[in-house]
Design a binder for this molecule. Structure first.
Ligand SMILES: [Ca+2]
Ligand SMILES: [Ca+2]
Length: 234
């Protein structure tokens, strides 16, 4: 295209939606002037599995006005452990709007454990053990081995039911974690891991720490109680 002009302030706005396939996207190339002042740019990364990288979205020979940062959004990348940042520059050797994808700690963990492509998705379960990768990450268990040796275990101690497990302490930076208990497997009560019911151990040299969740036995209706860890991406 010769010129792309999104600079009218009379209420005109143009929305550009970029949908990445598994490998990325082809940019819009502009051979002359480019104005993005009123442009809205949405990028959908939910099909993208290609890892870190820089992707020009709109590239020109002369970027005249840049877009408002608030009008630039990218979704779908966090499930692959990618953080997003838009860069736009009117410098002569640049003149583009691009999206930069950077691996976060989850993506690095997944790569170190041999996960590739769609298997790196935080909600995938490539070893079919019923534990999605995001929980395997928090528990620092193997996402490619179905051995369930790091799931929370329970013990009755006096009037308490005590659940214990070990987690990667740094996983708290990327996820919101709660421990849930239930007597009927349908209604769950959330306990914050920073709350009174929980004791966090010191952080070991391998980055893990013990988590102890203590629940009064009277909360086990019908003498039954189930516990599970829930983690969601921040
Ligand atoms: Ca799994
Ligand atoms: Ca596993």
């Amino acid at each position: 295209m010769a010129v792309l002009n999104q600079q009218s302030f009379r209420g005109d706005q143009g929305t550009f939606t970029f949908i990445f396939d598994e490998n990325g996207i082809s940019p819009i190339n502009v051979s002359a002037f480019l104005h993005l002042a009123t442009a809205i740019v949405n990028v959908d990364g939910s099909n993208y599995t290609g890892g870190a990288g820089s992707f020009p979205l709109i590239d020109s020979t002369s970027l005249q006005t840049t877009a408002l940062p608030a009008n630039l959004t990218a979704t779908g990348f966090s499930q692959y452990g990618l953080t997003t940042e838009f860069e736009q520059s009117p410098d002569n050797d640049k003149d583009w709007l691009q999206l930069i994808l950077t691996e976060n700690a989850y993506a690095i963990w997944a790569a170190e454990r041999g996960l590739t492509a769609a298997d790196t998705n935080a909600f995938a379960d490539p070893d079919l053990d019923g534990t999605v990768n995001l929980i395997e990450y928090v528990l620092n268990s193997s996402p490619s081995d179905p051995t369930a040796d790091r799931l929370p275990i329970s013990n009755v101690i006096g009037n308490d039911i005590v659940f214990t497990f070990s987690r990667l302490a740094a996983s708290e930076n990327l996820t919101t974690q709660v421990f849930q208990y239930s007597s009927n497997l349908s209604e769950w009560t959330d306990l914050s891991l920073s709350g009174q019911s929980t004791t966090l151990g010191p952080i070991s040299s391998d980055g893990t720490q013990s988590v102890t969740v203590t629940i009064d036995r009277s909360l086990a209706l019908g003498e039954r109680i189930f516990g599970r860890l829930k983690a969601t991406l921040k």
